[in-house]
Design a protein around this ligand. Structure first.
Ligand SMILES: *[C@@H]1O[C@H](CO)[C@@H](O)[C@H](O)[C@H]1NC(C)=O
Ligand SMILES: *[C@@H]1O[C@H](CO)[C@@H](O)[C@H](O)[C@H]1NC(C)=O
Length: 346
């Protein structure tokens, strides 16, 4: 399984420096993903869970497909009103606790009764609380209350975004791309997005690279038989590096196959891309933290058609936007008060 020249953003270093160690289905160690325009590097150990969580249809069921994620963040205690008391509700793993939370929102409509869970999984540190699983409901799902965070915290917490929840807008002058965040697959990534959201600005955030599907992928993102795998690579790429935020590298989280609409980090961020196609030919090495609602993919397509100039990054032909497209992160719930006057919305 050699690396292909035509990898995702074509921002990698020469394939020679890239080492693929181990089995594809197991942990991979890779070195050096280079991002052009914003120097970046990532050397990560990725735990690949072969999960194909593709969210289709506007309001996405949390259960997703089989093998859906159930991850949380260690050393974090989320607050919030308990919907299920943990003192009498114990499990052996954080995953079981997460699943119990998800089980409370399997209905096809309406918000989940449980949108966050807190689990004590360290036998020594937790003592009599070991195994406690508290299911909670946040006042504001997009701004969960943090009780404590840090090494000494023995709790692990996670968020669950049910149908219609956890959707934020990437607003551009070409329209607003609604993206559904995936905190159960990429909790650290989503924590960063929520941090940006709380900031209420995203100065410096923009798309700067745009490549169409060309004649290699159809409008549903399927690869056309025998067509090349790019260039163009069917993606729009940008950065979520906001001024005033100290960016901390995001650890590798769940890396499923990139599908049309996947929103993924390049390496450990803050460079990211939205895929216009199903890229089975790319290895599962990009943390996917959100997916664009299908009805908004036309906006991504629109951006992909903007005028570009040709450039070569690490010997790969790329198309860079003549004019980068600024983007802003928006809460979508309160569409009135939140939008500022200088934003054009759809
Ligand atoms: C947790 O593990 C213990 C011992 O392995 C087992 O007896 C118990 O049934 C498990 N509890 C749950 C909820 O899985
Ligand atoms: C990159 O662009 C150059 C100049 O347009 C072209 O000759 C070359 O074949 C391209 N390489 C690939 C891999 O498409």
């Amino acid at each position: 399984m050699g690396r292909r020249q035509n990898d995702p953003e074509a921002t990698h270093c020469s394939p020679l420096v890239l080492l693929l160690v181990g089995l594809a289905s197991c942990a991979l160690v890779y070195a050096a993903l280079c991002v052009v325009l914003k120097p970046n590097e990532a050397s990560s150990f990725s735990e690949l869970e072969s999960l194909e969580l593709v969210e289709e249809g506007g309001g996405v069921g949390v259960e997703g497909e089989s093998g859906a994620c159930c991850r949380g963040t260690e050393n974090l205690e989320l607050w919030g009103a308990a919907v299920k008391w943990g003192s009498e509700f114990k499990f052996n793993s954080s995953e079981q606790c997460c699943k119990a939370c998800k089980a409370m929102c399997t209905g096809t409509d309406g918000p989940c009764l449980c949108d966050s869970w807190v689990f004590c999984g360290n036998k020594e540190a937790c003592g009599s609380k070991f195994g406690e699983c508290w299911l909670k409901k946040q006042k504001d799902t997009l701004a969960p209350e943090r009780q404590e965070v840090g090494e000494t915290v023995s709790w692990t917490s996670g968020l669950i975004f049910g149908r219609g929840e956890g959707i934020v807008g990437l607003e551009t002058k070409y329209g607003t791309l609604h993206i559904k965040l995936l905190p159960d697959c990429a909790p650290h990534s989503v924590a960063y997005i929520l941090e940006l959201l709380a900031l209420r600005h995203c100065a410096g955030c923009q798309f700067y690279r745009a490549e169409r599907r060309g004649s290699s992928w159809d409008s549903e993102g399927n690869h056309i038989k025998n067509a090349p795998f790019g260039p163009p690579f069917a993606l729009v790429q940008g950065t979520l590096d906001a001024q005033g935020v100290i960016f901390k590298k995001i650890p590798t989280e769940v890396c499923p196959t990139i599908r049309r609409g996947s929103v993924a980090w390049i390496g450990s961020g803050p460079e990211f891309f939205i895929s216009l196609a199903n890229h089975e030919e790319w290895k599962k090495e990009y943390t996917v933290f959100a997916s664009v609602l299908p009805e908004d993919m036309n906006i991504a397509e629109k951006i992909a058609q903007l005028p570009t100039t040709a450039d070569v990054w690490n010997s790969i032909n790329v198309s860079v936007l003549e004019k980068p497209v600024p983007l802003f992160l928006r809460r979508m719930k309160t569409s009135h008060g939140d939008l500022t006057a200088n934003m054009k919305s759809n």
